[in-house]
Design a protein around this ligand. Structure first.
Ligand code: C5P
Length: 227
């Protein structure tokens, strides 16, 4: 099946930002566009995989042949990811908010004489680490992303170890690169091997090209283990 190398494989992908509610009308968010994750979903579907895309709020349409679940918050994303298991491959491209407001108000917070409300933040679950460290139903290949603005490879190596995933796709998101919200990306693929980490540095590509190359790399690795 050279044209559809992921036929028979089930692939889970997270994409986009998360929105963390402050009250019924306000939220904390980030600038993730979801483009890279959606491009990977499209490429995996084109390669024949059964694709489950779990997406935070973005302005993109579901790629053809992909099952899309929309979520808002990190906790909803984690629930949706767990409900989608088991899968052969899991790719965590979402820019999950690190924090949420501890006690989301049931009513809109009013302006008042008391001044601005204090917002107590609490840590969100780390979806990538949670899935990487699962005993039961851990996907065979778990891939995370590392968006860094400095010491890209060192930070990505540390992340690979800390999260317990198999591969990290590292990209430089310094403002000058235009990666955030843009259509192009320069990535390094870090792959956990037995006693070392293999690093492949790819040239500047469009996010669609990065997606196709990543899917091709995954297919090459999976070939060894027939479905
Ligand atoms: O720790 P950091 O956010 O830099 O790690 C990035 C990687 O971890 C990405 O793959 C992202 O999707 C994933 N992540 C996650 N849940 C979080 C934070 C990050 O799945 N709460």
């Amino acid at each position: 099946q050279p044209q559809r190398p992921l036929l028979g494989r089930r692939v889970l992908i997270t994409a986009g930002p998360t929105h963390e509610p402050i009250d019924p009308v306000r939220y904390i968010a980030n600038r993730s566009s979801g483009k890279q994750g959606y491009a990977i979903a499209a490429a995996a579907a084109a390669a024949g995989a059964e694709v489950v895309l779990i997406s935070g709020p973005v302005d993109l349409r579901a790629p053809d042949g992909v099952t899309l679940t929309r979520v808002e918050s990190a906790r909803e994303m984690l629930d949706a990811v767990q409900a989608a298991l088991p899968t052969d491959i899991a790719i965590f491209a979402a820019a999950v908010a690190d924090w949420r407001v501890e006690s989301e108000g049931g009513q809109k917070i009013k302006k008042g004489a008391g001044g601005p409300p204090p917002l107590q933040l609490t840590e969100n679950p780390d979806i990538l680490a949670t899935i990487s460290k699962r005993g039961e139903n851990r996907p065979n290949l778990v891939i995370g992303f590392a968006a860094e603005t400095e010491n890209l490879l060192d930070n990505a190596r540390a992340k690979l170890a800390r999260k317990g995933c198999d591969w990290i796709v590292a990209n430089d998101v310094s403002p000058a690169t235009g990666v955030m919200g843009g259509d192009r990306n320069t990535v390094h693929l870090l792959m956990n091997a037995t006693d070392a980490v293999d690093v492949e540095s790819w040239p500047l590509m469009t996010k669609d090209e990065v997606a196709s190359a990543l899917v091709a790399r995954i297919a090459q690795t999976m070939e060894v283990h027939a479905p």
